[in-house]
Design a binder for this molecule. Sequence first.
Ligand code: FAD
Length: 445
Amino acid sequence: MKVVIVGGVAGGATAAARLRRLDEQAEIVVFERSGHISYANCGLPYYIGGVIEDQADLTLQTPESFFARFRVDMRVRHEVTAIHPERKAVSVKALETGETFEESYDKLILSPGARPTQPRLPGVGLGKVFTLRTVEDTFRIKDYISAHRPRSAVLAGGGFISLELAENLRELGLEVTIVQRPRQLMNPFDPDMAAFIHNEVRRHGIKLTLGRTVEGFEERGGGVDILLKDERPLHADMVVLAIGVTPDTALARDAGLKLGLKGSIVVNDRMETSVPDIYAVGDAVQVKHYVTGGDAVISLAGPANKQGRIAADNICGGDSRYQGSEGSSVIKVFGMTAAATGVNETAAKQAGLDADAVVLSPMSHAGYYPGGKLMTMKVVFEKETYRLLGAQIVGSEGVDKRIDVLATAIRAGLNATELKDLDLAYAPPYSSAKDPVNMAGFMAD
Ligand code: FAD
């Protein structure tokens, strides 16, 4: 069996490794457009900020090391330019030599990810307007900062990547402004919870220009003017566009695969596309939201890795099924941790659910043990049935642990009142005999 994989990072590399574990004989070829495989996308902002110092920590695997370990033919700087389902082959361009060729497959896995959304605005292509997706983008930003020592940056967009970059650029000493159309950062959070994030970033000197629409960029005075609708322009030495991501699915579209939300690839729970012998995984695919059951596009590393394994299992004769995404996520915002799972109250109501919520502000561990920190937890549930719909937590300690308990509770089908029955570990430095998760259950009762 010969399996060709498009994209050699989260979903693609996981699928390749799993295929090899399941089938010693399979021929596995991965084409990766960038110069790196299996790199740590999630670490890129921290390399820019100098928290991760060594480039090698971003690129844990090389094509050579991957081959030595898994006997997978990883071809970097190779772009797949077309899929020919009728003759089960892909067209490939070797980006370094310009050579083009066809590669046949028995099974094809698409894991092309998502690209930074680039609105058709004047000035988007300017040299000082950056986006962040790949290792190469990271080096570009890092090199620009080293060479030009910018004093200010404007980040367009207020999601995960923007916030992580904002923190890292601020730590490097830049004046940082975040501008975006929505009136709050981080849309997985309800406005009352996002307010805590706003306070934390403002406390660290980041300016928020919310509720403003960016209309374009113009070079001026060695920097960039950020043109705003009905407002005076902002000015900065550099700009990063991080207004979201769009599934990178031109290949799939041109090959006639069925597309869904935001141009994502429609797959079934076995990660099979609408075309036989073609599977798709990761940021490029449409999934079922585990809580609402609706179609969703959720761009996170965990789902991409799981889906890569599932596609590989099924190619090797198994019957693995993807159960849907909860969108569980966590982010460090300076001294704060903000985490969410499932849907927030706003999204639940938009999905037609009769949602209610409890909000509580417990300590991270027993109040009598020194160093406890306040956290704020919001648990969303369905009024009639108490079905757990989601949770959001902001605080500084113990946030990641509690969100994972709540994510697990949602997956296990617990309702909000059952949270009080969970038997959670307790010792004064870590928790409280009245753990916040238990307390949320009592409050919902
Ligand atoms: P990717 O990992 O993006 O891999 C897709 C690859 O396919 C790319 O390298 C691309 O070059 C290649 N490709 C595309 N088209 C072609 C083609 N035609 N031919 C050849 N190659 C092609 N998620 C989290 O859960 N937590 C985080 O903290 C987090 N932080 C992030 C920080 C940043 C800066 C970024 C960019 C993403 C972050 N993510 C995070 C998201 C996470 O990285 C993605 O959800 C995950 O990598 C998706 O996996 P994927 O395989 O679908 O796509």
